[in-house]
Design a protein around this ligand. Sequence first.
Ligand SMILES: Nc1ncnc2c1ncn2[C@@H]1O[C@H](COP(=O)(O)OP(=O)(O)O)[C@@H](O)[C@H]1O
Ligand SMILES: [Mg+2]
Ligand SMILES: [Zn+2]
Length: 506
Amino acid sequence: MTLGITQSVALLGLDGALVTIEVDIADGIPMYSLLGLPDAALNESRDRVRAALINSSESWPNRKVIVSLSPAWLPKSGSSFDLSIALAILIAQQALPQEPLNEVLVLGELALDGKIRAVRGVLPALIAAYKSGIKRAFVPQENLAEASLMTQMQIIGFTSLNEVLRFLRTGELAIAPQLELSVEDVGYQLDFSDVAGQSAARFAAEVAASGGHHLLLIGPPGAGKTMIASRLPTILPALNIDQALEVTAVHSIAGTLGNRSPMSRLAPIVSPHHSASRVAIVGGGSSVIKPGACSLAHHGVLFIDEAPECASGVLDALRQPLESGTVTIARSVGSLTFPAQFLLILAANPCPCGKYSGRGRACTCSSVQVRRYLGKLSGPLMDRIDMRVQVEPVTRVEMAQTELGEPSSVIAARVLAAREKAKARFIAEPWSLNSEIPSRALRTQYKPERAAMNFLHDELDKERLTARGLHKIIRLAWTLADLNGNTIPQLSDVKLAHRLREGSEL
Ligand SMILES: Nc1ncnc2c1ncn2[C@@H]1O[C@H](COP(=O)(O)OP(=O)(O)O)[C@@H](O)[C@H]1O
Ligand SMILES: [Mg+2]
Ligand SMILES: [Zn+2]
C-alpha cells in the first residue's frame, strides 16, 4: 500500500490553515470517498479530477480510493483542492514520486481537459502556508502575478496537469517561471485638474483624504459629485507594501483582482450601486463567504452614489465596519472577520427630482418630499459622517475657464504633509489619523485652544451641538490645523470644522 500526500490550504476569511491531502488506494469494489468536511464544490472535485487525469493520459484507479483532508474538523470549500487531490492520487498509484511534493503547497482547479484554472484566495493561502513553514508552491499560471508578491517563497505557475507532471518527472518547465513585476501603479487616468470650479467640494475631498473624515456630497445630477469621488484615490497617499498586500489578499478572495494590478499601490475605490444588497456591501453569502464592498475598499474609498436610494438597512450595515474597521460574518461553523477600514464618500441628490436648491430652481417636489428624501439617510449613520457639502452645478463661466483646476499631484502633496504632521504628533499613540483620536484623548491632550473650546461649549449650551458632534468637530479641526500650519486648532479652524459638519456654506 502506498499513500499519496500533498498539501493545500483552507481559507477562513483572510486566515488560512494548512490542509494535508492523503490518498489511499486499496483493493476492493471501485469507490471513491472524500473525507474531511467538504462542501458541494469540493465534493464535485471527484468528477473533475477523474476527467482531468484521463484526458491527460493518466490512469484512474478503478479500486477503492479514499481521499482524506485533514484536519478533518476544518470546513473546506471550493475547487482549489483539485490539483492537490489529483497529484496525491497519482502518488498513491506510484505514477509519481512522493518526494518532490513534500513541503509544497499545491493550489488549482482542474478543468475536464486537464487545464489548470485560476482560483480565488491564492495570496492569503500562500501567506498561511508560509507561516506554517512551507517554502514552495505550485499555483495556476493565471494567479502567478498575485502569487509573486510572496517573494519569500519559490512559486511556479502551471497551465495544465500535464505541465505539472512533466515538471515532477523530468524537472522541465514548459515556460520560464520568471515574471516581470513592476511596482508601478496601473495607469489611473483620472485627475482633479478635470474638475472645474467646485472649490468647496474639492476642499472637503482634500480634508477627507488628509484626516480620514467621511464625506457626504449633496447636489443635483451633473454637478460633478461622481467626478470628485472617483478622483479621491489620486490624492490619497500610496499604500505601503503591507497595505498593498492586504488589499490584494482581500481582492484575491473576492475574485475581483481582475480590475486591479496585484502590485498596485494606488488606494482602491469601490463604488457599489445603490441597488446592492446588504451582503454585497458588508460581505457574506450562503455557500462561499465573500468579502463585501467595504472590505474591498479596505485602505481606500467606499463611494456610494445616490445613497438615499439604497434599500433601508443596507447603509446601516456600515455602522459596524465604521466603528471597528472590520466586518464579522457569522456562519454555522464559526465567524469570519475581514478588514474594512475605508473612507466613506456618500453622494445624494437634494430631493427626488434632483433639482432642489436653496436658491429655488425648477424643483417640483413638495417640501415634505424634500425633507423625507435626505431623511432616508438614518441618524446613526449620518452621525458618523464628518462633513456635508452642497455641490451646485458649475456655472457656464466656470466651465468656460481655460485654466485647469489644481492637479491631483499638488493636492496629494498637501495631504501627505498634513498626514505626516498628524503622524509625528501621534508618534506615541496607537493611531495615526485625526479621525481616529479617541474621545478621551480629545478631552485631555488634544484640546483646541481656549477661544475655540469656549465657542464649542457655547454651542453645546445652546443645544446646537451634541457631545458626539463636538468630538467630530474637534477631530476635523485638527486636520484643518494640519493643513493650514496651525500647531493647535484655532477658533477659525473649529468654526470652519463646524460649518463643514453642519453643511453650511463655506
Ligand atoms: N465641476 C465639473 N467640472 C467639469 N466637468 C463637470 C463638472 N461637473 C460635471 N461635469 C461633467 O458632467 C458629467 C457628469 O458629472 P458627474 O460627476 O457624474 O455628476 P454627478 O455625480 O453630480 O451627477 C461629468 O462626466 C463631466 O463631464
Ligand atoms: Mg453621479
Ligand atoms: Zn425636487
